[in-house]
Design a protein around this ligand. Sequence first.
Ligand SMILES: Cc1ncc(COP(=O)(O)O)c(C=O)c1O
Length: 456
Amino acid sequence: MSFALSNHITNTEQQMSSPELNRTKSRQLMERAHRVVAGGISSQIRLNEPGGEPLFFDRSEGALMWDADGNEYVDYIQGMGPNIFGHAPEFVSQQVSKDMRMGYVLAAQFERELEVAEMAADAIPIEDCTVRFAGSGTEIVQLALRLARGYTGRSKFIRFEGHYHGWMDSVNYSVHPPVDEAGDVDSPNAVGESAGMDPGTLSQSIPCQWNDVERLEAAFDRNPGEIAAVIMEPINANTYCIMPEPGYLEAAKEIAHRNGALIIFDEVITGFRVAYGGAQELLGITPDLATYAKSIAAGFPIAMLAGRRDIMDVLGSGEVYHGGSFNSNVMSIAAAHATLTHLKSEGDAFYADLNRRGQQLIDGLRRVGMETETDIHVQGLGSVFGIAFNRSGDTIRNYRDYAIKCDGGRYTQFASEMMAEGIRLSSNGRVHMSSAHSEEHIDRTIKAAGRALSRM
Ligand SMILES: Cc1ncc(COP(=O)(O)O)c(C=O)c1O
């Protein structure tokens, strides 16, 4: 294996200028891509590759990736979260290549699918839950909302500023709105994140401030008898990994139920990542419905809805319609089977180790932040955490807090400096640890962060 480490700075004299990476081949490929691929990329966030230009990659393995010019990176994007074992774990590849010989898409049931459903239902804390599979996180959230509407006979739902639930029109409001467009915090505007959104969805989506019990009560009071569900990330991984305040989730559930609405936890990031039973297990609270996707199948495309049997029965009866040619395809189910089997057999030790490695990185980043006297700020869990530049030094409690106190421009600069050092961070500041990140990778990352920060 050839490492292009010579591309990355290693000595102290050169610390004041960023290492220059050769990007010739990536640039040529991107020029070609612009002729046939809209924008050269297939998902909007890829446009924001730290370093200012989307790169082409040739290969990935475990914690590492190599771009088309042979530069090596320690990767903390990890497919935006799914790669809980790092890139291309051998035991998953083997199970997929074995199972796929039976066919790829069957448009029918098979025993492996049932086994995955049984393992998942067993892992998820919702009592007596049943599940349904789909293809992506975006899709599964749509199913959860449709089911909540079908079950309650109501149409509106409450969602929170700073929480991301996929790119569909119904939910693509107020994810990261400019604060001056977000309106009064007591009654926020639903700010569309894209041109071309269906205007009919606007009045159905009621944005609210998270971690704020009174404002949630008030949102229900403003829409009496109309709210089908409250949907949230139980840990706000899409905004700086903000943790729920003690008692908040319990209060939100009680308020929703008192008002005849369901509570949905979007565990697309936290599911099977923060604990085998996801945020529900970690935080000791269950919702009515929960959505999963990223870490169930180690990088293969699959999503899953889990929920209370009486609600899921409305889906099971066909009253609420759900379809999909690729749902429970053989390869994704094989990958999910391998993933859940591995996670279950390793048990708590897997998560303790993942969190320990993540905590080592968090501690190291905080240390170099102090040594360089910079305002780098890290919060979250070892398995998934956020990096920001927080002038106030305060713990961030909700999206507006983040938008006002954190300097996005400085984070972008940091992520670019880290990319030049061969450390690939996501453009949104979320760090995904994997069991493939070794002490050496973590050490390499902390040293690179020290050099990057001292240049800023
Ligand atoms: C919490 C959450 N929900 C839903 C989604 C959408 O998932 P997907 O990208 O698979 O469509 C994401 C994606 O990052 C997410 O973080």
